[in-house]
Ligand binder design. Structure first.
Ligand code: ADP
Ligand code: AMP
Length: 219
């Protein structure tokens, strides 16, 4: 019998460490990492029509409309590598997105296994965002103080140049945090109501957060 697919939704505000942790855990869990922000950035890089539409929202720290986002993520989840499940990062971000995901999973006889909510105080998030650097080639994330590459400004994995995301500039970050508290944080109660929410302390070193997540995911 094939293994039951496992869908893990990583919840947490911008820069709480969702991408960092998903990248570390995807191999040991043998699950693809599906990050809606990365999917949008791919579209931006490829100058697709979807990318142009999304850019208007991303540049001002707003959420891309639900219909566009849901269609993009569902398309990704329908690919063969997601048959075993996925680590979702940055999606869902609204109740409508969460309901669409639930409905799609139910239709296939599946459901979300666990929703770790990575908790980090806002002032820590601001510091993390300011120092975040991303590889232009593969999207791997570093931090100028907390997660340094071996060589300055160069990705360890593929030698790509590290850059600062435009939406990581302070004005946009403030807006993104506001959007998180207004539109995304209600998902905490939504998933608590489903009995899948587990809080994880994200305000500790990267390795310690990974360890806490491992425990949660094993349970
Ligand atoms: P998210 O995917 O939630 O937006 P990231 O994983 O990109 O967040 O992390 C945001 C920034 O903070 C990155 O620069 C990353 O290297 C750094 N970071 C992630 N987790 C920690 C941590 N536990 N302690 C310190 N810095 C961290
Ligand atoms: P992230 O890489 O997760 O920080 O996302 C970067 C930006 O992409 C966000 O600020 C939004 O503009 C957009 N975005 C990513 N995921 C979603 C989503 N699930 N719903 C709406 N917009 C999203």
């Amino acid at each position: 019998m094939p293994k039951k697919p496992k869908y893990i939704v990583l919840l947490g505000p911008p820069a709480s460490g969702k991408g960092t942790q998903a990248t570390r855990l995807r191999e040991e869990l043998d699950l693809p990492h599906v990050a809606s922000g990365d999917l949008f950035r791919e579209h931006l890089k490829n100058e697709s029509e979807l990318g142009a539409k999304a850019k208007e929202y991303i540049d001002r720290g707003a959420l891309v409309p639900d219909d566009i986002t849901i269609a993009m993520v569902m398309d990704r989840l329908s690919r063969p590598d997601c048959e075993k499940g996925a680590i979702l990062d940055g999606f869902p971000r609204t109740i409508a997105q969460a309901e669409a995901l639930d409905a799609a999973l139910v239709e296939q006889g599946h459901k979300i296994s666990v929703t770790p909510s990575i908790v980090v105080p806002d002032e820590v998030l601001v510091e993390r965002v300011g120092g975040r650097r991303v590889c232009r080639m593969c999207g791997k994330t570093y931090h100028v103080r907390f997660n340094l590459p071996q060589e300055p400004d160069v990705c360890d994995r593929d030698g790509g140049e590290l850059y600062q995301r435009d939406d990581d500039k302070p004005e946009t970050v403030r807006e993104r945090l506001k959007v998180y508290w207004k539109q995304t944080s209600p998902l905490i109660e939504y998933y608590r109501g489903q009995g899948v929410l587990v809080e994880v302390n994200g305000d500790q070193p990267i390795d310690a957060v990974t360890e806490e997540l491992r425990t949660v995911l094993a349970g």
